[in-house]
Design a protein around this ligand. Structure first.
Ligand code: ADP
Length: 589
């Protein structure tokens, strides 16, 4: 799914995007990031003038050589003009090189600066933002949308100035040389502009089709591979495989169509240019025959005609560049508009070694209209081991997420150790409280590196010590290289239970004061679960443990059990759980 839909929607939205709708803030992103490049930008624009100047003067030198020296057989004069021509051509070469380099350099500098800021902004956003957006969409904005900024700055801005100045300068020079030739060349301008625009648009559309088809094919292959077990178990291989063949065929056809158009691209542009050139030679030739202009003027006009093709081709595509970049800037801006709701102070408060949790009048809903928890009061003393049960969808995970500062409460307060929990710095808060969700992500590193992830001061020896305290040496010894075993991509080589064991070790090595397991032991082998709980019972007496679970065995460890129900949290005894039939829920696990 990932890139697939995103890519298709992107190109559709790009085509419909109107530049006049571009948000002012979106333009500010560009302005703020280009500021540091101001000097280089001015330099690049000044070089534009040099390039345009040489574009005007070089054909004039041709005219002088022909009319003043070749026709009069003045050898010395001719040599001086030729040397001057070469010198000027060198200046033009250097200015073009420098300008191209600067345009790219500024483009890339701004691109990377925006990308870095956007990335930092997005990774610092609340978990809520990441829950609501697919990884593929976020990646697409960070990578693809930011990429268009490069074309906007180099082609859309610097080259635009260069092209416009060159065209105006050449047109002026032609008008001075001969009015009729100038008008003839101007007539060819719309022909060249129209044909390049037409072919450019056709090509763009064909390439877009190719991209969409490849994205669909990729997503088809990806979906089938990730769901291969399900496909096989339902014997649906044939129908799924034929879907991929269908997508593959569509993709091949789109690619062949694009090749047909792109093969036409340069010949058509050359043809338009040749027609323009033919008109100049025709008109110029007639003027020459009638002795109205000299051969030098005709040659200069031919040279000017050749020099306008490049800028005209650039200009024919400029609106597309602006439109694509505008749509991208708009998307970048809308992502930057997401603000962090959960904020941690840089310098937080501290508690004096007392980590009682006191919850007063807590109300929370993901949006104002659907309240999940209402007026909740709950005290959890330091060192207590609490179980949390409740029907599916009751709000257990929601409660844990609010307690773990993934969301701000709508109302009420949560104190940890007497300190409002939002007054702790991020580091301090993470030191105090660790949450383990049901789904575990393991990085493609070794098992012990996964356990110590982000902790620079912890070593393999520390992990071994913890594993030995947990009496899980045998469990980890089963892996090919023990703790040094590398976890496959996305943890695929580990079973659900093994992953959870690694995740629990990862949380425990951080030695938090409060550990929350949100169904995080549900896949553990019961032997392993027992060992971990034994350790918690004997060694974690001072620390608070909150377990959200469906397993009655997990509740053996707990001093108190609460049920989340009717937007509230109520204490419940084991007997009541049994009467309410929770154990039946458990036996299904
Ligand atoms: P439990 O953990 O008890 O199964 P949850 O806390 O996950 O229940 O969900 C409680 C309610 O909140 C459900 O109705 C669920 O649909 C809703 N919910 C959960 N997560 C979100 C979210 N990120 N945005 C909006 N609603 C959500």
């Amino acid at each position: 799914m990932r890139g697939g839909m995103g890519e298709r929607l992107r190109s559709e939205v790009d085509d419909q995007f109107k530049l006049k709708d571009l948000n002012k803030n979106a333009l500010n992103i560009l302005k703020n990031n280009i500021k540091s490049e101001k000097k280089e930008l001015i330099y690049a624009v000044l070089l534009t003038l040099v390039i345009s100047g040489t574009n005007v003067v070089l054909p004039i030198l041709t005219k002088i050589a022909i009319d003043d020296y070749i026709s009069t057989k003045d050898f010395n004069g001719l040599v001086i003009v030729v040397v001057g021509y070469i010198a000027l051509a060198l200046v033009q070469w250097f200015a073009t090189y420098k300008q191209t380099f600067l345009a790219s350099k500024i483009g890339y500098t701004v691109l990377y600066s925006i990308r870095e800021k956007l990335y930092k902004h997005l990774i610092n956003l609340d978990i809520d933002f990441h829950n609501k957006h697919q990884v593929g969409d976020i990646t697409s904005v960070i990578m693809n949308d930011v990429e268009t900024i490069y074309s906007l700055i180099s082609e859309g801005f610097i080259y635009l100035i260069s092209d416009v100045v060159t065209l105006v300068a050449i047109a002026t020079a032609l008008f001075v040389l001969n009015l009729r030739l100038a008008v003839t060349l101007l007539i060819t301008v719309p022909i060249i502009l129209y044909s390049t625009k037409l072919i450019g648009n056709l090509l763009r559309k064909a390439q877009r089709d190719v991209r969409e088809n490849i994205a669909q094919l990729t997503s088809g292959v990806e979906q089938n591979l990730s769901g291969i077990k399900t496909v096989k178990s339902f014997s649906g291989e044939l129908s799924q495989a034929s879907k991929v063949s269908e997508l593959s065929e569509k993709s091949r056809n789109a690619q062949i169509k694009a090749v047909a158009i792109s093969a036409l691209h340069f010949p058509i542009i050359d043809l338009a240019g040749a027609i323009g050139m033919a008109l100049i030679i025709w008109q110029g030739g007639m003027l020459l025959i009638q002795n109205i202009i000299t051969l030098g003027v005709l040659m200069a006009a031919v040279s000017y005609a050749r020099r306008i093709f490049g800028p005209l081709m650039d200009l024919s595509q400029i609106y597309t560049t602006y439109q694509t970049a505008g749509a991208s800037l708009d998307r970048i801006n809308s992502f930057l508009d997401n603000k962090q709701q959960v904020k941690f102070p840089a310098e937080g408060e501290r508690s004096e070694d007392n980590y009682d949790i006191v919850i007063r009048n807590l109300t929370f809903g993901y949006d104002q209209d659907t309240i999940i928890l209402e007026n909740v009061y709950l005290d959890i003393e330091k060192g207590s081991h609490i179980g949390i049960v409740g029907k599916s969808g009751a709000g257990k995970s929601t409660f844990i997420k609010v307690l773990g500062r993934q969301y701000n409460p709508n109302r009420g307060e949560i104190l940890i150790g007497g300190v409002p929990y939002q007054n702790y710095s991020k580091n301090e808060f993470k030191k105090i409280l660790q949450i383990l969700p049901q789904d575990t992500y393991l990085f493609p590193l070794t098992i012990w590196e996964n356990i110590t992830y982000g902790l620079k001061d912890k070593t393999l020896a520390d992990v071994e010590e913890l594993i030995s305290k947990l009496e899980l040496e045998d469990f980890f010894a089963k892996f090919e290289n023990g703790l040094e075993t590398k976890v496959g991509e996305e943890g695929k080589s580990l079973s659900g239970g093994q992953k959870q064991a690694v995740a629990i070790a990862r949380a425990m090595i951080r030695d938090p004061e409060i550990l929350i397991l949100d169904e995080a032991a549900s896949n553990l082998d019961s032997q392993i679960e027992k060992k971990i709980y034994k350790y918690i019972k004997t060694d974690w007496v001072e620390k608070t443990l909150i377990i959200v679970t469906h397993r009655v065995t997990s509740l053996d460890l707990t001093d108190k059990i609460y049920e989340v129900r009717d937007k509230g949290i109520f204490e419940i005894s084991k007997e009541e759980i049994e009467l309410a039939g929770w154990d039946q829920v458990t036996s299904e696990e």
